[in-house]
Design a protein around this ligand. Structure first.
Ligand code: HH2
Length: 273
């Protein structure tokens, strides 16, 4: 059995993002996209990522889902080429998880928190993999249409607690799970900020918390650009450092080197207190 997730990925751990989706790589052909993804993954490990998250389905606001065959075609060869390296697969589909866990992927990052495919929990449990459970209000296609909460932190916390219980019921040991507030997934700028500002309340659930704020639109909005499609690097790094201070463990980011450096400095300062 694998060690607890917090032992395998001590805080702070930087998770590098690798997308194998047409909208992330404009160079067209699938073979080229796969090759670019493998090269990028190697580069992110060199920059200090402790895990690389491979995704074949875009979950950006407004995006549609992708068919199983297409997702398998995108993701499986990339995971296969990275055998022996710590790889997470960003998928909600049990079959994608089954095939990639068999090839050595160590974690499944499920943005539906086991609400998408009823078999996914069992597949992760059987393979002894790690599991990331993320909060999302609605689905990617519509999630940014006027999201509302009474108390966003309390609701996200209750959701994550309930999904953690569902994962355990499916056979995934609690020590194999990390939790994610799902920054930008059915949330306004204010919701994202409140979740980040009160992150300790989610950390209190007792499982490692993963934060994915890197390049997200709300960072651009904070800086006064309402049309921003991505957020600036420095703003993402600032959010990661503050999330670390509030107890976050894992950071899903595109710019690995900068986050590794910033989090090492943050860790040194926090450790000196
Ligand atoms: N964000 C995105 C995708 N997957 N998984 C977790 N656990 N947490 C996140 O915050 C998260 C995620 C969206 O970010 P990005 O990689 O920039 O977009 P895409 O969905 O196109 O991969």
């Amino acid at each position: 059995m694998r060690p607890p997730l917090e032992q395998a990925f001590p805080r702070p751990s930087v998770v590098g993002v690798v997308n194998v989706t047409p909208d992330s790589f404009s160079d067209g052909g699938l073979a080229l996209r796969r090759e670019a993804a493998v090269t990028r993954a190697h580069g992110l490990f060199e920059e200090g990522a402790t895990l690389v998250d491979i995704g074949g389905e875009s979950t950006r606001p407004g995006s549609e889902g992708v068919a199983l065959d297409e997702e398998l075609r995108r993701v499986v060869p990339v995971v296969e080429a990275l055998q022996g390296l710590p790889v997470s697969v960003d998928t909600s589909k049990a079959e994608v998880a089954r095939r990639t866990l068999a090839l050595g992927a160590v974690m499944v990052n499920d943005v539906t928190a086991l609400r998408g495919d009823p078999e996914l929990g069992g597949v992760v449990a059987e393979a002894g993999g790690y599991l990331c459970l993320m909060h999302m209000l609605g689905e990617p296609r519509t999630m940014q249409h006027d999201p509302r909460y009474e108390d966003v932190v309390a609701e996200v916390k209750a959701f994550l607690e309930e999904r953690l219980a569902a994962a355990v019921a499916a056979g995934v040991p609690e020590e194999h799970v990390c939790l994610d507030p799902g920054i930008g997934f059915g949330k306004t700028v204010e919701h994202n900020l409140e979740l980040l500002g009160r992150l300790e309340e989610l950390v209190a659930l007792g499982r490692p918390v993963l934060v994915g704020a890197s390049r997200k639109r709300f960072l651009g909005r904070i800086l006064g650009d309402p049309d921003a499609l991505t957020g600036p690097l420095a703003a993402g790094v600032a959010v990661a450092v503050l999330a670390y201070e509030r107890g976050a463990s894992l950071f899903r980011v595109h710019d690995v080197r900068e986050h590794v450096q910033a989090l090492a400095a943050a860790r040194a300062v926090v450790g000196a207190r």
